[in-house]
Ligand binder design. Structure first.
Ligand code: SAM
Length: 321
């Protein structure tokens, strides 16, 4: 004889809301579910449908967050593919999110818009980028005031005026040392330069000086106030670390989803696209990373790495193959 459970019992068993169970029944996603009176009953042995929307930590109300900077190697276009790899209701529960080479955070902001991980860790070796994340987290109002001022000055200017202003901000960015006192100012310069420079590149010379020329955007949004305020709210729950990805090892355990998106190996000595900082991500860096992945794989964490096939084979990313 078939036995049934109520929507409430199914919700408890599957660790999702009762409302979600009712939606799944109404969508015909649970074999054998029936409406009796005004209540759903579900066969006791029914499997919870695998569905990325039933992620255990799905937020009740989604907000839209966008990366606050354009970043070379940003994975905005891969989001749909990457999202499929996030924990779904049918899999084991992953409560922690770790992205130790976060860059512009295309996946991070998608995750923060939609899911409630209990603990989150982000990091990057680029000190100016991490300063901007920290300032958005702790001092967003002052940052917005400063960005609005810069936007009001820059946008009405003609091309010569804009050039003069852009290069004066670039000089200040390169000469002002990052300290607690200059943190907001430097974050404002950093975002301004990112929004107005050529292609949103972040490239530095061997001395670590930002050297990207001005871009040709007609009407760049320098201060996206609403997005910055939303980001600030969600970052309150995020640990932000400036430094090498290996520092995240302490954080990672079997309940952690880890996303690694390292720079590509430079194609030539002069290739600029790994110059997010003055040290290029060369052969020895690639090998060190593959060893780190072996290490954290031993914890049982779920690891996603984005890399081109050729590099996977060359550097022995064995666990990824
Ligand atoms: C391809 S980008 C990440 C892009 C990011 N997924 C996005 O959506 O914008 C690689 C990042 O790794 C950072 N990085 C390079 N070497 C690092 C290291 N040893 N430890 C931590 N981060 C590093 C760079 O500063 C850069 O932001």
């Amino acid at each position: 004889m078939l036995s049934y459970m109520s929507a409430k019992e199914a919700a408890e068993k599957w660790n999702i809301s009762q409302r979600r169970v009712a939606i799944l029944c109404a969508e015909n996603r649970i074999d054998g579910a029936m409406m009796v009176g005004n209540m759903w009953i579900i066969p006791s042995d029914a499997e919870k449908p695998i569905d990325k929307r039933t992620v255990r930590y799905e937020k009740e109300h989604q907000i839209t967050l966008k990366p606050f900077v354009k970043w070379v190697g940003g994975k905005g276009q891969l989001i749909d593919e990457l999202e499929k790899m996030l924990p779904s209701g049918g899999e084991r529960v992953l409560t922690k999110y770790c992205e130790p080479m976060v860059g512009g955070g295309a996946l991070l902001f998608n995750v923060l818009s939609k899911y409630d991980f209990a603990e989150l860790y982000i990091g990057d070796i680029n000190a100016e980028l991490i300063n901007a994340y920290n300032v958005i987290k702790k001092d967003v109002e002052r940052l917005i005031v400063r960005l609005k001022e810069m936007q009001m000055v820059f946008l009405p200017m003609d091309e010569n005026g804009r050039k003069f202003y852009y290069y004066s901000i670039r000089d200040k960015f390169n000469s002002v040392v990052l300290t607690d006192e200059t943190a907001v100012e430097k974050a404002a310069y950093f975002i301004f330069l990112n929004k107005t420079c050529f292609n949103g590149l972040y490239r530095v010379n061997r001395k670590g000086q930002f050297n990207v020329p001005m871009g040709a955007y007609k009407n760049p949004t320098i201060c996206d106030e609403e997005n910055l305020l939303n980001i600030s709210k969600v970052l309150q729950n995020v640990t932000i670390v400036c430094g090498d990805y290996s520092l995240s090892k302490e954080f990672i355990d079997k309940n952690t989803f880890v996303y690694l998106d390292p720079p590509y190996r430079p194609i030539s000595e002069t290739s600029a696209f790994t110059s997010y900082n003055a040290d290029a991500f060369d052969d020895s860096e690639q090998i060190r990373l593959s060893k780190f992945i072996d290490d954290i794989d031993a914890t049982g964490a779920k690891i996603v790495l984005t890399k081109c096939n050729k590099e996977l084979k060359t550097y022995g990313f064995t666990n990824a193959l």
